[in-house]
Design a protein around this ligand. Structure first.
Ligand SMILES: C[S@@+](CC[C@H](N)C(=O)[O-])C[C@H]1O[C@@H](n2cnc3c(N)ncnc32)[C@H](O)[C@@H]1O
Length: 266
């Protein structure tokens, strides 16, 4: 692949930003290049510009490129030990400090398993009618799937069986449909964490497994934005392989594994 020069890649990034709206400068270059080059090979293109011509002329390839690039892997109750802490410590903390009507944002929610998991856990504590979760992602195709709320068996494999039986209906083709009472708790919207304005007055922000793909500069945009989006003492929940270097710089304090509390405005 060394025939693909850095100059070519710089041009490609600009074209992708203009046409697809994803700014690749904020994502780790090695990782992105590896993914892009494997698609370039798959479609037998001879250069980045050749591949860009294909993306811009073929909607199916464009969508496949977006989905592959943005890495949509997720599942219900992903990393169960994190959700155990959320259930046993964080939810009681949030209810005690902010009452039952919480403002919750699942940022980079992919196909919806994460915000639905939050709703399922919360519904043990508060009536579904007052659970409102704002769930966003940059990729419209994952949001469409999220709104549909129908999943393969593999998506529910980490969920405790009692949650599966309480919150899913089996479809005739052996899929799992999220029940309406949980679906109604989540509002999905397209949102780019690197560009779009953030919501305000959040008591909890869950943003897992997207910052790992970003450069330090990209992460910084998110941390600053999350500080402003959170109320004081609001909680920020990150992925199981992530951690924030120097959280105090962003007005955050590490409360327990994977959870940061906003301690001040920045
Ligand atoms: C690996 S998934 C994480 C899903 C879920 N949070 C989890 O941990 O299971 C990463 C998601 O981040 C989204 N994403 C990537 N860049 C983004 C951006 N700039 N703004 C919003 N979402 C983004 C992708 O579309 C993808 O759905």
């Amino acid at each position: 692949m060394d025939k693909f020069s850095s100059k070519d890649y710089e041009e490609f990034k600009k074209s992708v930003e203009q046409y697809v709206g994803i700014d690749l400068n904020f994502y780790k270059e090695q990782q992105m290049k590896r993914r892009i080059e494997s698609m370039v090979k798959k479609f037998k293109c001879t250069s980045y510009s050749d591949f860009f011509n294909l993306i811009s002329s073929n909607l199916k390839v464009r969508d496949e490129f977006c989905s592959y690039l943005t890495i949509n892997v997720t599942e219900f109750y992903r990393n169960p030990s994190q959700w155990k802490i959320f259930d046993e410590r964080i939810v009681p903390y949030l209810l005690k400090n902010f009452g039952k009507e919480l403002n919750i944002w699942s940022a980079a929610c992919a196909t919806g398993e994460e915000p639905y998991t939050i709703a399922m856990i919360l519904s043990k504590y508060v009536p579904n009618q007052i659970i409102h979760i704002y769930a966003t992602d940059i990729d419209q195709s994952v949001l469409d799937k999220a709104k549909e709320g129908v999943y393969d068996e593999s998506a529910v494999k980490s969920l405790p069986p009692n949650l599966v039986s309480s919150f899913f209906a089996k479809t005739p083709d052996r899929k799992y449909r999220v029940v309406d009472s949980i679906k109604k708790c989540v509002k999905f919207e397209k949102h780019d964490l690197l560009k779009d304005p953030y919501p305000e007055k959040m008591n909890l922000i869950v943003c897992r497994n997207v910052m790992i793909y970003m450069t330090a500069e990209g992460k910084e945009i998110l941390y600053n934005g999350f500080n402003k989006a959170l109320v004081n003492n609001g909680m920020f929940f990150i992925g199981s392989t992530e951690n924030i270097l120097r959280p105090s710089k962003y007005g955050l304090s590490n409360e327990t594994l994977f959870f940061y509390r906003k301690v001040k405005d920045i």
